[in-house]
Design a protein around this ligand. Structure first.
Ligand SMILES: NC(=O)c1ccc[n+]([C@@H]2O[C@H](COP(=O)([O-])OP(=O)(O)OC[C@H]3O[C@@H](n4cnc5c(N)ncnc54)[C@H](O)[C@@H]3O)[C@@H](O)[C@H]2O)c1
Ligand SMILES: [Zn+2]
Length: 370
């Protein structure tokens, strides 16, 4: 059963979210008359598979629709790509009454959303996530941006999509190796906000291991969790920080590996390392850390950092520390479903040596059912 709801932000802004198989077919009816033209932007893989079908739905309305692709991959999530897309839009004379339709995985949405944030000082956009990761996470919340030499997502803007269409039918064409990236963020949502969801993922782990068989209720629940968190704290002044669980170390790993590891897979490793830190600092129970590892392993995710000496992570963590007032802060759980440090805006100060010892520990790697 499709579900629809709206996320409310300050100043009367809102994003309407539709979740369910086939919701994208509703696009022509959901389109606003104020949007006179459309530019569909996504990476070349997704544009080749879904770009023209999406454009066809909008051309029914008799308007001009431009379809623009860019090369796929984390290495393309750059200012250079953004600039090229902007030149394309300017060259095709898209004006301020245009709406951008961002289609694809998290990379496509982050880049196209950032283009929308600054094109002609900002135009509206719609997110059509097509990877599991983008459906449960990246499509919601309006964080847009690109990477630089110094790290991930360092240049960007908060720009909320007017609409988000989470249609699980896109997952049929998703390459199987991308599946685990989405599962990783689903587990993160469960750890940070919903103990019951964690149990449900454990109970369905066997079927979730198989790409494409996504339970619509689980998908909806993940979207709702993300929506509730960003509605409570759009600009990440406090509560929204919980979404960073596993991410500080994940971003370090991604950076140190030159993006040879995908985001979701890095997040799985980051969660295990940060959960160990949480055991020492926040009373996160050791048996829950074991549960988390078992689940991630069973879902097909690696949990050990690929042979990466801590000193390669250090410069990244040091830079992160510097940006946050000289202390490394992590979002850490106190138990599955609950985050520590609510009184300090969910940012727990962590000594670097604790992260180092966590990253050097090797624990159980059994791959049995959770
Ligand atoms: N803005 C946010 O709130 C937020 C949240 C989480 C992650 N992210 C970002 O998202 C990015 C990772 O996203 P991702 O894992 O979706 O990677 P991605 O965008 O690279 O997509 C993965 C691969 O799958 C392909 N693909 C996507 N959907 C497809 C489909 N339906 N059929 C065929 N191929 C398809 C893409 O072309 C790509 O090659 C990272 O850069 C991360 O930082 C952003
Ligand atoms: Zn993430």
């Amino acid at each position: 059963m499709p579900c629809s709801f709206s996320i409310q932000y300050s100043g009367g802004r809102s994003s309407t979210v539709h979740v369910g198989p086939g919701v994208v077919d509703g696009l022509p009816d959901l389109w606003r008359t104020a949007w006179r033209e459309a530019a569909i932007i996504g990476d070349a893989n997704v544009i080749a598979l879904h770009g023209e079908a999406l454009a066809g739905k909008l051309r029914i309305r008799g308007m001009r629709v431009e379809v623009i692709g860019f090369p796929p991959g984390e290495g393309q999530k750059t200012r250079v790509t953004k600039e090229k897309l902007e030149d394309e839009l300017l060259g095709r004379r898209l004006d301020r009454e245009s709406c951008i339709v961002a289609v694809g995985g998290g990379i496509s949405l982050d880049v196209a959303g950032f283009v929308a944030a600054t094109y002609l000082r900002g135009v509206p956009y719609i997110n059509v996530p097509t990877s599991l990761l983008a459906q449960v996470d990246a499509a919601i919340g309006g964080k847009t941006g690109v990477n630089t030499e110094q790290g991930k997502n360092l240049i960007g803007a908060f720009h909320q999509p007017s609409m988000v269409l989470v249609d699980s039918r896109f997952l049929i064409t998703l390459p199987p190796e991308e599946w685990g990236n989405g599962l990783s963020e689903m587990v993160k949502h469960a750890v940070i906000a919903d103990r019951d969801l964690f149990q449900r993922i454990e109970a369905r782990a066997e079927e979730l291991r198989t790409p494409v068989s996504i339970d619509e209720k689980l998908l909806q629940r993940c979207v709702e969790i993300k929506a509730a968190i960003v509605q409570a704290d759009e600009r990440e002044a406090g509560r929204r920080r919980v979404l960073n669980f596993g991410h500080t170390l994940a971003h370090g790993l991604e950076h140190a590996q030159g993006h040879a590891i995908s985001h979701g897979r890095a997040v799985a490793i980051g969660m295990v390392l940060e959960a160990r830190v949480a055991c020492s600092l926040c009373g996160f129970p050791a048996e829950e850390e074991q549960r988390l590892r078992r689940l991630l392993l069973y879902l097909g995710l690696e949990i050990h950092p690929p042979s990466l000496p801590f000193d390669r992570l250090l410069p990244f963590l040091a830079a992160d520390k510097k940006r946050r007032g000289g202390t490394l802060h992590l979002a850490l759980p106190s138990r599955i479903g609950e985050m520590a440090g609510a009184e300090d805006g969910y940012a727990v100060a962590v000594p670097l040596d604790l992260v180092q010892s966590a990253s050097e520990m090797r624990g159980c790697s059994r791959r049995g059912p959770p």
